[in-house]
Design a protein around this ligand. Structure first.
Ligand SMILES: Cc1cc2nc3c(=O)[nH]c(=O)nc-3n(C[C@H](O)[C@H](O)[C@H](O)COP(=O)(O)O)c2cc1C
Length: 277
């Protein structure tokens, strides 16, 4: 179910006016409520915002600069500041997004093109929290708006980097799909993931049963909004895809945070998945 959701998900910026059924709203609210912590241990809070019960002024304060058309629900999230907070947010928010997809709903990560103040008010953002991103949720329209098409084209959203740029063996040779064995599909699920401006900054090194996750910051790409560095959020998304896909295939494991000290140049160590066979 989750692997299919990963394969089907895309950023939807043009929504159909059809409202989300009450059962689906309730299911989504339950999912958000139960999603309270990421692998680094940062506390997460998610809320579903419904424009239908808000005043015009409140809705205006939650603008998306014309990027999102027709959505009446948004998932808003907050994370307690601290080490790993942005990765945990990416991990938690992406779980919401995949569960929404599994309910037949469309979404879009928004880390830049949304008004922070309005959404911060909706969730009652506290001083010790960050609000890295929001996501509209609903039914996708048949035709994409002009803004949607321009953004997709600008980011090259239909393309992904090839395996040899993303996945490596312990000698830093390109990891062959055959060598990855049963982990080829979880790795492919990382590759299919969303990332800010589609920069795909995830780099994974396989060392037997260990998968080391690194961040290669895109040179010259700001991708940040004050304390919110979106490429760290991207890493959490990759972690969630890999873990969820592995578990769905019956391959258990856990996260470890112990830099193996490999010579990775500018890559920043994030986490290691330890597969338990
Ligand atoms: C952390 C993050 C922030 C993003 N911020 C925005 C945004 O502010 N506005 C937008 O239109 N798309 C945003 N996106 C969507 C990406 O552009 C999109 O995921 C990427 O181009 C790949 O396309 P796809 O999601 O359709 O596969 C964001 C994605 C991520 C993961």
């Amino acid at each position: 179910m989750i692997i299919t959701a990963i394969q089907k998900r895309y950023s939807c910026r043009t929504f159909n006016p059809k409202s989300i059924e009450r059962e689906k709203v309730e299911a989504l609210e339950n999912i958000l409520q139960g999603n309270t912590q990421g692998p680094f241990g940062a506390k997460l809070r998610f809320r579903l915002v419904d424009f239908k019960v808000m005043s015009k002024e409140e809705i205006r304060a939650c603008g998306t600069y014309g990027v999102i058309r027709g959505a009446s629900h948004f998932i808003v999230g907050a994370v307690h500041k601290g080490a790993g907070a942005l990765e945990d947010f990416g991990y938690g928010m992406e779980r919401n997004i995949l569960q929404a997809q599994a309910l037949g709903l469309c979404t879009c990560w928004l880390g830049g093109t949304f008004r922070r103040t309005g959404f911060s008010d909706r969730i009652g953002l506290r001083d010790n929290e960050l609000l890295p991103a929001v996501a509209p949720v609903g039914y996708g329209a048949d035709k994409r708006s002009f803004a949607d098409r321009v953004i997709r084209f600008g980011a090259g959203s239909d393309k992904r980097k090839p395996w040899e740029v993303l996945f490596f063996d312990r000698e830093f040779h390109a990891l062959k799909k055959e060598a990855a064995g049963p982990y080829a599909l979880p790795l492919e699920c990382i590759r299919l993931g969303p990332s800010a401006s589609n920069k795909q900054p995830w780099r994974i090194v396989q060392e037997e049963h260990l998968f080391h996750f690194y961040l290669e910051q895109t040179p010259g790409y700001a991708g940040s909004n004050g304390e919110v560095k979106l490429q760290h959020v991207d890493m959490g998304i990759a972690m969630s895809h890999f873990e969820l896909a592995s578990r769905e295939l019956g391959m258990e494991g856990r996260w470890m945070f112990a830099d193996p000290g490999m010579q990775t140049g500018s890559w920043e160590y994030v986490a290691t998945w330890t597969a338990v066979s």
